[in-house]
Design a binder for this molecule. Structure first.
Ligand SMILES: [Zn+2]
Length: 330
C-alpha cells in the first residue's frame, strides 16, 4: 500500500529499499509499516512467532486498499469482468546446501493441484492427500472462483543465507529471481523460522514495487511437508488470496465493513485449529467463517472461498493484474 500512500514521495527517493524506508518514516506516513508483504499467516494467531510490524492490516490500511480498488474499477464500469484463463506460476525453491528445503518437483506440482482444487471449489484436502481414489466432492458454499493455475517454471537456488535468512535478503532475492509481469504469480519457498507460514503482497502494491510482487511460503507448508497442521498446501491458497486482493475474514472484527465481502460472516478475531460453532460476533448474522481459506485455521479445516470472494478477486485481477487492460504489464 505504500505505493498508494506515498505517491509523489517515492519519485524523489532512491530505489534502495533502506533509504526508501527512511523516507517513509520522515514523511510520517499514517501506516505503521508498509513494506510489501504486510499480510502474514502465522501458526498461532495469539502466540509468539508473529513477526513485528507484519500481520494484520489496520482498518485504515484496508480502507486505502479498497479505495484504490474502487478507483481502478471506475473505467471498467459496465464491462463484464473475467478471471484469466490460467495464471502462470513460477516457483522459486530456495534450499540449503545440506538439502533442507529442496522441495521436489512432485511436491511443487501437488501444490499447484491443491490450488486448482481450492480455487475451483473442489475438496482441496482430497487433492492435497492425493490419494488417487479420492472423489472430489463439492463443498457446501464452496465457490468456483474461476481462477486456475499452471506451473510454467521452477527455479532452484542453493544458498544457506538466503534459505535461513529469507526475510533479511528478500528484496535482493525477489529482485533477482522474479519473472513475468503483474499477471505472473511468483511463489518463493524457504525456511521462514518458527511461527511464520507465509506472506504476500497485494495487487495494489505491484505498480510501486513490481520486483517484490509475489507470495512467500515456508517450504514445509507445501503438500507432503513436515509442518504439522499446515502441510496440505493451504498456506499458499491463503497467501494467493491476498495476492488477488482478499483480506482476512476477521479484518475489522465485528465492525463494518469487515472484510469488504458480503457473504462472509463477521468475525472478531482469527480462528486457530478448527473450532466448531464459533460465533465471535453474536450481534451479527452467521457463525464465524472458520473454514474459509482467508482465516488462520488448520489446513485440514479449510474448505472454501465464497462467491463474493471470487468476485472480489476477479475485480482485483481486472484492476491490477490483467495485462490486456494495463499498460506496462505483460
Ligand atoms: Zn493472511
Amino acid at each position: 500500500m505504500c505505493g498508494f500512500a506515498l505517491t509523489g514521495v517515492v519519485a524523489a527517493t532512491a530505489p534502495d529499499s533502506s533509504e526508501h524506508h527512511a523516507q517513509r518514516v520522515e514523511n510520517a506516513v499514517p501506516f505503521e509499516e508498509c513494506l510489501p508483504g504486510t499480510e502474514a499467516r502465522v501458526t498461532d494467531p495469539d502466540g509468539e512467532g508473529r513477526p513485528p510490524g507484519r500481520g494484520e492490516l489496520t482498518p485504515r490500511q484496508a480502507a486505502r486498499y479498497h479505495e484504490r480498488l474502487r478507483e481502478e474499477l471506475v473505467p471498467l464500469r459496465g464491462q463484464e469482468l473475467q478471471p484469466p484463463q490460467t495464471v502462470p506460476v513460477v516457483v522459486h525453491v530456495i534450499s540449503a546446501e545440506d538439502g533442507r528445503g529442496d522441495v521436489s518437483d512432485e511436491r511443487v506440482q501437488r501444490q499447484i493441484d491443491v490450488l486448482n482444487a481450492a480455487y475451483s471449489g473442489s475438496r482441496a484436502d482430497a487433492a492435497a492427500r492425493s490419494a488417487g481414489g479420492a472423489e472430489p466432492a463439492a463443498e457446501v458454499g464452496a465457490a468456483d472462483t474461476g481462477f486456475r493455475f499452471e506451473l510454467t517454471e521452477t527455479t532452484r537456488t542453493v544458498d544457506d543465507d538466503w534459505f535461513t535468512g529469507f526475510d533479511e535478503h528478500r528484496d535482493t532475492i525477489r529482485a533477482k529471481l522474479r519473472r513475468g509481469g503483474a499477471g505472473t504469480l511468483n511463489i518463493y519457498t524457504a525456511d521462514l523460522g518458527p511461527g511464520l507460514l507465509g506472506y504476500s503482497t497485494f495487487p495494489q502494491d505491484y505498480e510501486e514495487n513490481p520486483d517484490q510482487d509475489g507470495v512467500v511460503v515456508a517450504h514445509d507448508t507445501l503438500p507432503g511437508g513436515d509442518r504439522e497442521q499446515f502441510n496440505l498446501g493451504h498456506t499458499s491458497t491463503h497467501e494467493i488470496g491476498h495476492w488477488l486482493g482478499l483480506f482476512h475474514t476477521f479484518q475489522n472484527g465485528c465492525t463494518a465493513p469487515g472484510d469488504y465481502v458480503d457473504d462472509t460472516p463477521y468475525e472478531r478475531e482469527a480462528a486457530s485449529g478448527c473450532p466448531e460453532g464459533r460465533d465471535t460476533c453474536p450481534e451479527k448474522e452467521g457463525e464465524d467463517p472458520v473454514t474459509n481459506f482467508m482465516n488462520y485455521s488448520d489446513d485440514a479445516c479449510m474448505t472454501h472461498f465464497t462467491a463474493d470472494q471470487g468476485k472480489r478477486m476477479v475485480e482485483h485481477w481486472a484492476a491490477f493484474r490483467d495485462g490486456s487492460s494495463q499498460a506496462g504489464a505483460d
